[in-house]
Design a protein around this ligand. Structure first.
Ligand code: FEO
Ligand code: CA
Ligand code: CA
Length: 513
């Protein structure tokens, strides 16, 4: 069966799919792999199943040029080819948030000096990488290394003016993201309220600014919570207003016959899954934002010209700025904290995680899917559940996802640091990295491959350009620490060292099968 026949066999014949996005499990070269496993542990170490090894690539605080350093709490990882080179790349790494550890370093007092240190630690880092003697190495002396931070001035798309300005100060809380076919990165602003609070359309405060950045930088919360498109070569950036404002977790870009489609989740209790259907194949400047009604299997447009109930927002721009409020008015389904979203390259399904929600008594989360009805731009879909977290499922609190070139599903868990090893989370140990084989005797089983250091989660799961390695971010090790002299993790350097979020290369022959 060739790839085209296989796609038609699966019922995806009418899809216009980007050539690299779907693979055929009927391929004669595909083999079933039996993966080794690891037991859960509470050790302060990056532990791996037999046959896997790791090497540190870069850590928070490493100097990347004369004036800048690699940011804090690394999350989304991607890369683009370095212009003019065939085997060197620009590695993009999101630097998500300050968290409890950073103020131990910057100082807990909310002074301008301390907040400035924190603003420079978030955003994203771009570093030049190449393979040297079989390992991917950061080129620390490269002129291509650079940052975008909580201080960078970034315009809104289409020159929109939001709360008096067409430019926002900084990108913050950069969680997961995506990459466009024209090699720009979509970096997603998630828990912006920690820095700048949040307000409703009517102007009420709906969240305080826990980290109090607004004490010295009174920026409107409406300037954050966007998908930011950045060219990693030039660092030209734009906040994409047409994709709506909420606590954007991720941005999965999929090609449909009706233009590009970008899926994104809003990671908060009772929030939603959205998709943006672009009017174009080659840019994201115009399109329609939809939100999911999971119960009815419908994508509901957030378009003031199509839904009279949205007229209270007066303008389409306001519908985008207060997308969460608009989503509830049109009847979006409240979900248990949507995290990552990925495309299943074997059958074309959109796979996503709902991590947990104590308010709905969902302590362990699940991995779910959306099967679009005919085309990624479709307004109808079928919802399904693939893996349920808990003792029987063998994992708890799924978050980041990735499919490898054989169609195996890899995912990482994110039990909050304060709950790891306690009560209903006891048996799961530290957070982990898991694989679900696509075929073979272990098809569909959840197998633990790695265990994270104390209080850390694995993020940014990304296969290397040659598919022989996995780039993996280890985020927030030791974030349960109370002080510099009372650290809960010393990973990766050991001794009495501060824990440092880091990107590692995981090597294994299992990635080559
Ligand atoms: Fe930054 Fe929802 O994870
Ligand atoms: Ca996440
Ligand atoms: Ca999470």
């Amino acid at each position: 069966m060739d790839r085209r026949e296989f796609i038609e066999f699966l019922g995806y014949g009418s899809f216009a799919l980007a050539g690299s996005q779907l693979i055929s499990s009927c391929s004669s070269t595909s083999k079933a792999t039996t993966f080794p496993s690891i037991n859960p542990t509470l050790n302060d170490a990056l532990e791996l199943a037999p046959g896997f090894t790791w090497e540190r690539m870069i850590s928070w605080g490493d100097k990347i040029n004369a004036t800048e350093y690699f940011g804090h709490n690394n999350d989304y990882i991607d890369y683009i080819p370095l212009p003019g080179k065939t085997d060197e790349y620009l590695l993009w790494v999101n630097n998500e948030y300050v968290g409890p550890l950073m103020p131990i370093v910057s100082g807990k007092e909310r002074t301008k000096e301390n907040i400035d240190i924190e603003r420079a630690a978030v955003g994203a880092s771009v570093v030049h990488i190449k393979k040297v003697n079989g390992s991917w190495k950061v080129q620390f002396d490269s002129k291509h290394n650079k940052r975008i931070t909580g201080e960078t001035k970034i315009p809104f798309s289409n020159n929109h003016v939001i709360k008096g300005s067409n430019i926002a100060e900084g990108t913050i809380n950069n969680c997961s993201g995506g990459k466009t076919p024209w090699n720009t990165i979509l970096t997603c602003e998630e828990n912006y309220n920690y820095c700048y609070g949040d307000k409703s359309f009517s102007g009420e405060e709906i969240s305080p600014a826990y980290d109090k950045w607004n004490k010295f930088y009174p920026n409107p919360p409406e300037h954050y919570g966007w998908v930011v498109e950045v060219d990693p070569v030039t660092m030209k950036a734009e906040k994409r207003v047409e994709m709506g404002r909420f606590m954007h977790e991720c941005a999965l870009v999929v090609q449909s016959q009706n233009g590009l489609v970008v899926y994104s989740g809003d990671d908060a209790r009772g929030e939603h899954i959205y998709k943006f259907v672009s009017d174009y194949d080659k840019n994201l400047s115009k399109g329609t934002l939809y939100v999911a009604d999971i119960k009815k299997g419908k994508w509901l447009p957030l378009d003031i010209t199509k839904d009279k109930r949205l007229e209270k927002f007066k303008t389409q721009k306001n519908v985008m700025v207060y997308a969460r409020e608009a989503a509830k008015i049109v009847g979006a389904t409240p979900l248990d904290r949507p995290e990552d979203i990925e495309l299943n390259p074997i059958n074309g399904d959109i796979v996503f995680t709902l991590t947990n929600n104590k308010k709905t008594n969902n302590h362990h989360g699940k991995i779910c899917k959306i099967s679009e009805n005919g085309n990624y731009a479709s307004t109808d879909f079928t919802y399904g559940e693939l893996h349920i977290g808990g003792e029987e499922g063998g994992f708890s609190c799924p978050d980041n996802l990735a499919f490898d070139k054989s169609g195996n599903l890899w995912f990482a868990t994110d039990i909050s640091g304060s709950k790891i090893g306690k009560k209903q989370y006891k048996s799961f140990g530290n957070n982990g990295l898991f694989v679900v084989p696509a075929r073979g005797v272990d098809q569909g089983k959840v197998i633990q491959i790695a265990s994270a250091p104390v209080a850390a989660e694995f993020t940014g799961i990304k296969f290397s350009p040659d598919s022989n390695s996995m780039f993996l971010a280890v985020q927030h090790p030791g974030e349960t620490s109370k002080s510099k002299t009372n650290l809960t993790s010393n990973w990766p350097f050991g001794g009495n060292e501060l824990p440092r979020s880091s990107v590692v290369e995981i090597k294994s022959k299992f990635f080559q099968s």
